[in-house]
Design a protein around this ligand. Structure first.
Ligand code: CTP
Length: 407
């Protein structure tokens, strides 16, 4: 029975690759189930698959053209496998026959489906389907093992039952409900406290323009906020990442809103605040901006130049004091000294549920790959991490807040 937190796949881009096999007749139903969960679905088929299911049916149910050959003979266009591979948040190959499986394992790409697989950066699932003796054949089993050994690749085991040959045994493609469930469990892990929650994370620096070519900025890379966004999205949260000007990119499966200045960031936060259950303000927001921004490049002169700065609004305090009931707000503080006492006072004055404090050092703070933080809760909770990769720190922050606030 399909256990769904609706719509568990909202906004997720699912690429469905269909290889040749009788089970292909079940794929329109699979597309329907994925669409019902809010996914965007695009379908690629091998030529052989179209002997078992029609492109027209798949295109109607997926609401997208079905892509099969490299070249579209009518439109005289090239079906770009790289673009497809990058578009996908998840790639399912169902049914995956022995021939396609062998190609995936051996780096052979002679059709659009296999080239899209080699271009994909997302997790890949295969739902093998083949006749009994093929499935149990030593070379197929070796290929299955080799496939599953790769990171982010999983097999949705076939079922036992009557096969197209008349034989009875293992080899029937998993049912569309089971395939959909595997994706739902991936995107909304069962029992995750974050599944179905909407969160907003700000990250990175802000740039306050002086003139068209100069700005006041800071050394934040945004890495900590991006890592938090990844952890929360992987735990099933729907994430708005409001990202300042940094060279780092968030993964394409995170809904990212790029901003430049503190004022832009404030506007973006106000736009999404009402949807959110949690706000994480990890951005290093500039406290001041130039009182005026010149339209043209300011020319040098021999005289002294004083740049007048005016304060920016405190976004966090503003969001915290105007929050809807039940919304949790978490701030961040980067300090160069007396981190705990400064952090504690920000926790109180900004009216936060929790604050994540870090003190600059060779292995923590701006621009580093690692971090070490102290997390304080409004009810006196306290947790200090060791120095770790920012991705692990992000996981610890989320686990700690989950324990404090959702247990
Ligand atoms: N913050 C904000 N808007 C600002 C300044 C800061 O939302 N204009 C947020 C930051 O994103 C962070 C928290 O407030 O979550 C603390 O930021 P920090 O720069 O450490 O503290 P400030 O309040 O700016 O105080 P100070 O610079 O004096 O330490």
């Amino acid at each position: 029975m399909l256990q769904l937190q609706k719509p568990a796949l909202k906004g997720r881009n699912i690429l469905l690759g269909i290889s040749g096999g009788i089970a292909a007749y079940k794929t329109p139903h699979l597309v329907r189930l994925l669409k019902a969960q809010g996914a965007n679905v695009r379908v690629i088929t091998t030529e052989m698959a179209l002997r078992f299911v029609t492109a027209e049916t798949l295109s109607v149910v997926s609401e997208n053209p079905v892509l099969s050959p490299f070249f579209d003979p009518e439109a005289k266009t090239w079906n770009n496998h790289v673009e497809l591979g990058l578009w996908a948040d998840a790639f399912i190959i169902a049914p995956c026959g022995a021939n396609t499986l062998a190609k995936l394992v051996n780096g052979q790409c002679d059709n659009l489906l296999t080239t899209a697989y080699f271009s994909a950066r997302c997790p890949v699932w295969i739902a093998p389907a083949m006749d009994l003796d093929m499935y149990t054949h030593a070379s197929v089993q070796a290929n299955l093992l080799a496939f599953a050994e790769q990171d982010h690749q999983s097999i949705i085991e076939p079922n036992e039952g009557p096969l197209a040959s008349g034989l009875i045994g293992k080899g029937r493609m998993a049912e569309p409900e089971e395939i959909t469930q595997a994706l739902v469990d991936h995107f909304c892990p069962p029992n995750s406290a974050w599944a179905g929650k909407t969160v907003m994370i700000t990250a990175g620096p802000t740039h306050e323009a002086i003139d068209p070519v100069r700005f006041i900025g800071n050394r934040s890379s945004g890495r900590m906020g991006i890592e938090l966004a990844k952890v929360l999205a992987q735990q099933g949260a729907s994430v708005h990442l409001v990202l300042g000007p940094t060279h780092l990119e968030a993964p394409h499966w995170i809904q990212t809103h790029r901003v430049e200045s503190a004022a832009d960031m404030h506007a973006a936060c106000l736009k999404y605040q009402s949807e959110c259950d949690w706000i994480f303000m990890a951005a290093a927001v500039a406290d001041y901006r130039p009182s005026q921004t010149a339209n043209q490049k300011i020319k040098k002169s021999e005289k002294d130049w004083t740049l007048e700065l005016i304060p920016n609004a405190d976004i966090l305090s503003n969001l915290s004091s105007n929050r809807p009931a039940g919304q949790r707000v978490v701030g961040f503080a980067l300090e160069t000294q007396e981190a705990e006492s400064y952090g504690k006072s920000k926790l109180q004055t900004k009216g936060l549920d929790a604050i994540v404090i870090n003190e600059t050092g060779p292995h923590s703070g701006f621009g580093t790959e690692t971090n070490q933080v102290l997390i304080l809760g409004a009810e006196g909770q306290r947790y200090e991490t060791k120095t770790e990769e920012k991705s692990r720190i992000a996981q610890t922050i989320i686990d700690t807040l989950e324990e404090w606030f959702t247990a």
